[in-house]
Write a protein that binds this ligand. Structure first.
Ligand SMILES: [Zn+2]
Length: 350
């Protein structure tokens, strides 16, 4: 099995990574950007395996590597090194993730301590910093120092939603590899073919997945909580989008915060906002090509409301929600962000 091939629909970034591996000119830091659940972490792991696979060709190299082997474009997945990396037991493949909402200075200091020692056994030690945008300012500055003086035989791989979530000084020291959201139609087909969903459900879930195959899968796991279709109906009901006058402020905030508490997961609010956006988009699409709406089971409701709201005001509403989503990712005060969002939504005239 090709480890890179298991990543769906990311031909360009994978080709770039393979070129880096084949040319054996590996930069000391890489930055993988793109939405959640589109293969950034899998690619980082595959890259770590490719750098250290024992199936590589023996050739003299430029001294970047500890022994005479070169990286491979496709790790074998079954040598000792590949197996250790897959099982998470390789001492030189180190992963850093947010603890709570942030990556803290302590976590970066731990990395610095590790980096002061030589790698145990890896040809190239790989430090993977997931969700690097979650670094607090102290952590980011500490990491910057590491990037300024790249340690020997070590590659840092940062993953992040987008480059402007990070300090420009960090971005400029990394080679950026962009991962694209997966087109909705591809996710839809995937859900129908691999998950056995009917066309109607597949259309709804693929729209809510926001370009992420992992998200689409997690939402369609049988008996998974919450039940997304029910949740959609609840949220549309509470937000009062059936009416054309301004949205009711208080109930939706209470509902969103309740949903968050219920799931103990801020992500669920992002998902609920995605549901609302898809619905608003349907109201626009219905005006031009009604057969293309996502929420096909709600067509009568959409037909009724779509006539009463202008495209301009729907676009403004979508924009307001997008801004709130961005602010939430930047770890601003959740309740305040939601309140500002609702006030701005209420100010949009029909
Ligand atoms: Zn291998």
């Amino acid at each position: 099995m090709s480890w890179f091939k298991s990543i769906i629909d990311q031909k360009k970034p994978i080709r770039l990574l393979k070129n880096i591996l084949l040319n054996s000119t590996i930069p000391s830091a890489l930055l993988f950007t793109g939405t959640d659940g589109i293969g950034k972490s899998t690619a980082a792991l595959a890259f770590a395996m490719a750098c250290n696979c024992e199936g590589g060709e023996a050739k003299p190299n430029n001294g970047q590597f500890a022994d005479e082997y070169l990286p491979v474009a496709d790790p074998c997945g079954c040598c000792r090194s590949c197996m250790k990396i897959q099982s998470g037991n390789h001492p030189d493949i180190i992963r850093v993730e947010p603890s709570g909402n942030f990556i803290k200075i302590r976590q970066i200091r731990d990395i610095c301590n590790t980096l002061s020692l030589k790698p145990y056994e890896a040809r190239l030690r790989i430090i993977i910093i997931s969700d690097a945008q979650a670094m607090n300012p102290q952590a980011a500055n500490a990491l910057l120092k590491v990037l300024e003086e790249p340690p020997e035989r070590t590659i840092l791989i940062l993953t992040s939603l987008q480059t402007f979530d990070l300090l420009p000084t960090i971005v400029s020291r990394c080679q950026n590899i962009r991962f694209s959201p997966i087109p909705r139609e591809k996710i839809e087909t995937f859900l129908i073919e691999k998950r056995g969903l009917n066309a109607e459900d597949a259309a709804i879930f693929s729209a809510m997945a926001n370009g992420s195959i992992a998200k689409a899968l997690s939402m369609t796991i049988k008996n998974s909580q919450p039940n997304w279709i029910c949740l959609r109906d609840r949220v549309l009901n509470v937000i009062g989008l059936e009416q054309t006058d301004s949205l009711s402020l208080q109930p939706i905030i209470i509902f969103l915060l309740f949903a968050e508490r219920l799931s103990k997961n801020k992500e669920i609010i992002q998902d609920l906002l995605e549901i609302i956006k898809t619905y608003l988009r349907d109201l626009i699409i219905y005006k031009y090509s009604p057969e293309k709406i996502v929420n096909k089971d709600l067509i009568l409701k959409i037909q009724y409301i779509s006539r009463k709201i202008s495209v301009k005001s729907l676009l403004s509403q979508i924009e307001v929600i997008q801004t709130a989503q961005k602010d939430m990712k930047a770890n601003t005060n959740l309740r305040l962000t939601l309140e500002i969002m609702m006030l701005r939504l209420a100010m949009v005239s029909p």
